[in-house]
Ligand binder design. Structure first.
Ligand SMILES: Nc1ncnc2c1ncn2[C@@H]1O[C@H](COP(=O)(O)OP(=O)(O)OP(=O)(O)O)[C@@H](O)[C@H]1O
Ligand SMILES: [Mg+2]
Length: 332
């Protein structure tokens, strides 16, 4: 029998850890600060994220995951170890824990193995790797074992996982390598081109979260942000309006909407008929973008339901997947 003790959503931007009987115990940025001189980890999580763009040369601030995939194996392992250790202190678990970790769908076996190995080295007993879209559906409490079409879209930082599920599996899906962080990048590019100002990643993300939108706001907003003038190299303030930001976001939004439509087009019609009755569940931090739910609804003609705590949906699903995994094993 398989019982999951810890569920991990190893996200490109944030790691979320679910602990059995406790719920989400950790939400921390997937960032590691590393001292290249002493070859030691200086900080992990939010402490490391605050150091982005602000460290001396010998301290590297690294995001060890790119688009949901391990890009720096050693640092990913060290980061997971730190988070799992931290989580284990929140609740006593006898022996080594069984861990369920999520990965984007359609990653290669090599990429999957890299995640599995990194988690295994934390001292786990058994590891189960679950596709993020399945975990999102479980986290949203959809009964995916029944033969009925459900649809989930998880917009994270580096990937948008889209899936139509039925009878315990993904009937049609896509994992697009475009998501929340691409909005941040698009904004940096726009401000560089139109205002001659270089914005740091943290500042751009702040603007995006504060006034970013993909649909017209009831009341347009503006935000003053500090950057560096491209010509003089001196610090400057620039006022950005929500309308121009929407312009900067257009391309990214279009790619996400097109991918969603393609999945619906390719999915079996009976399942889409079910989805149109039930609606599409939207999760992930990127789903907090103002108006994205409305646009998806408008483009697909299907009702969109926003998940309760969109950051936590995938980790909640991973942490509560015991029954699903048991049923899957019985099917084999
Ligand atoms: N209020 C907001 N408006 C728009 N975007 C937001 C908001 N809050 C957070 N985000 C974005 O959500 C993303 C992080 O979401 P999440 O933690 O779900 O991603 P992740 O799981 O780490 O990434 P992935 O699933 O792609 O590996 C970031 O790009 C962040 O900027
Ligand atoms: Mg995610």
């Amino acid at each position: 029998m398989y019982r999951i003790d810890i569920g991990i959503d190893l996200g490109t931007a944030n790691v979320k850890v679910y602990m059995r009987d406790k719920g989400i115990v950790i939400t921390q940025p997937s960032v590691v600060a590393y001292d290249t001189k002493t070859k030691t980890i200086v900080a992990v999580g939010s402490k490391a994220k605050k150091m982005l763009g602000k460290t001396p040369e010998h301290i590297e601030v690294v995001k060890p995951l790119k688009h949901g995939v391990v890009s720096n194996y050693t640092l990913t392992e060290r980061m997971i170890k730190a988070f799992v250790k931290n989580a284990m202190q929140k609740r006593k678990i006898w022996g080594r824990p069984n861990i369920c970790v999520c990965v984007p769908s359609r990653i290669t076996e090599v990429e999957k193995k890299a995640v599995e190995d990194a988690v295994l080295r934390t001292g786990a007993r058994e590891i189960f790797v679950l596709e993020s879209a399945v975990a999102a559906a479980l986290g949203a409490k959809l009964d995916i074992m029944e033969t009925y079409g459900h649809m989930v879209i998880d917009i994270g930082a580096g990937t948008t996982d889209i899936a139509v599920l039925s009878a315990g599996g993904i009937a049609e899906g896509n994992s697009l390598k475009v998501a929340g962080d691409d909005y941040t990048e698009a904004l940096i590019k726009y401000v560089r081109r139109h205002h001659n100002v270089l914005l740091g990643e943290l500042s751009a993300e702040e603007v995006k979260c504060e006034i970013g939108s993909v649909c017209k706001r009831k009341k347009e907003m503006s935000y003053v942000v500090k950057g560096k003038n491209m010509v003089s190299g001196l610090p400057v303030k620039v006022e950005l309006g929500s309308e121009e930001i929407r312009e900067a976001f257009k391309d990214v939004t279009e790619q996400i909407l097109n991918a969603i439509c393609a999945v619906i087009e390719n999915a079996p019609p009976e399942l889409i008929a079910d989805v149109s009755r039930e609606g599409i569940v939207l999760s992930g931090g990127g789903s907090l973008m103002y108006g994205i739910d409305h646009l998806i609804q408008e483009k697909t003609g299907i009702k969109v339901i926003k998940a309760d705590k969109p950051f936590d949906t995938v980790a909640n699903g991973a942490g509560t997947a015991s029954e699903y995994i048991r049923e899957q094993e019985e099917l084999i």
